[in-house]
Ligand binder design. Structure first.
Ligand code: FE2
Length: 296
């Protein structure tokens, strides 16, 4: 069967036909998916009833898994339901029970309801994320995606010039503080030390520029915090205008891939008494958006 891409949005996001994500891909298939990622930035594969092992294998067709020891978790590895390499974005604890509404793990997860780019709080932020919908609630729980290339293109000339060389500081501390979750341990505060990211990125293949926004961004170098926060809020409002957004309504066994370098996304509300079991694999980025300072 030949591969076909059906746009889901006039400017980005497409549904893919003709790929079975549960088996090894040919070089041509990998190249076709990569080219489509460069064009659409979000791809939806339907009816992919895959195991974790298959998801890990499929993911690694497109690069190396993000691998980190610290910096992004409040749950210890031993608390995880899933094998290494699989990130648990469900509302379940290690025993398969729905996480309590009072649990700080749940508070932490709620931060994903804000627009963000995965791992923008890491020195080298993520390339693709792949999210597999295993069990979905009966209502809500869409994932919204916003096209940061289109958002950049739509900036007025003055703003485009202003953002060109700006450097933001990103941290999980900022995105969790934004929902009122500030109860972090000293160890977490050290692990979540802000990292520097350019506000304007250039895609390594297409050369297209995009805004690198995220709820993790909480400061702009050389600016006061209030000035930075209102400017970042303005830019986020601009970048998530209706015409730049594709809202993905999940069906069981959807596998959705997005390019974190050129898009933002957010999780939407659902009934927390229902199970949502979605599992993510993440590909490491190639380079820092700027030359990072040596770790001290
Ligand atoms: Fe995310």
């Amino acid at each position: 069967m030949s591969i076909a891409f059906r746009p889901l949005h006039p400017a980005f996001a497409a549904e893919v036909d003709g790929i079975d994500c549960g088996r090894p891909l040919s070089g041509e298939e990998i190249a076709a998916v990569e080219a489509a990622m460069d064009k659409y930035a979000v791809l939806v594969f339907r009816d992919q009833a895959i195991t974790d092992e298959q998801q890990l294998a499929f993911t690694q067709h497109f690069g190396a898994l993000e691998n980190y020891k610290t910096g992004g978790h409040i749950r210890k590895r031993t608390d995880s339901r899933l094998a290494p390499g699989m990130a648990d974005f469900s509302n379940l604890d290690r025993n398969g029970r729905i996480i309590s509404a009072e649990d700080r793990v749940w508070f932490f997860k709620l931060g994903d309801r804000l627009w963000h780019s995965d791992s923008s709080f890491r020195p080298v932020p993520a390339k693709y994320s792949l999210l597999s919908g295993r069990i979905l609630p009966s209502w809500g729980a869409n994932t919204d995606f916003a096209d940061m290339r289109a958002a950049y293109d739509a900036l007025d000339a003055r703003t485009a010039a202003e953002v060109e060389d700006l450097v933001c500081l990103h941290s999980l501390i900022y995105s969790r503080e934004a929902i009122g979750f500030t109860d972090l341990t000293e160890e977490e505060r050290v692990a979540f030390k802000p990292v520097r990211q350019r506000l304007v990125r250039t895609h390594p293949v297409t050369g297209r520029k995009s805004l690198f926004l995220s709820s993790h961004a909480g400061a702009i170098e050389g600016w006061t915090i209030p000035e930075a926060r209102v400017f970042l809020r303005d830019l986020t409002e601009h970048a998530t205008r209706r015409e730049f957004v594709y809202s993905h309504e999940w069906r069981p066994n959807d596998l959705v891939i997005w390019d974190n370098r050129t898009t933002m996304h957010r999780a939407r509300r659902f009934d927390r008494n229902e199970v949502r079991d979605v599992r993510r694999t993440t590909l490491a980025g190639d380079v820092a958006t700027i030359q990072q300072e040596a770790a001290d």
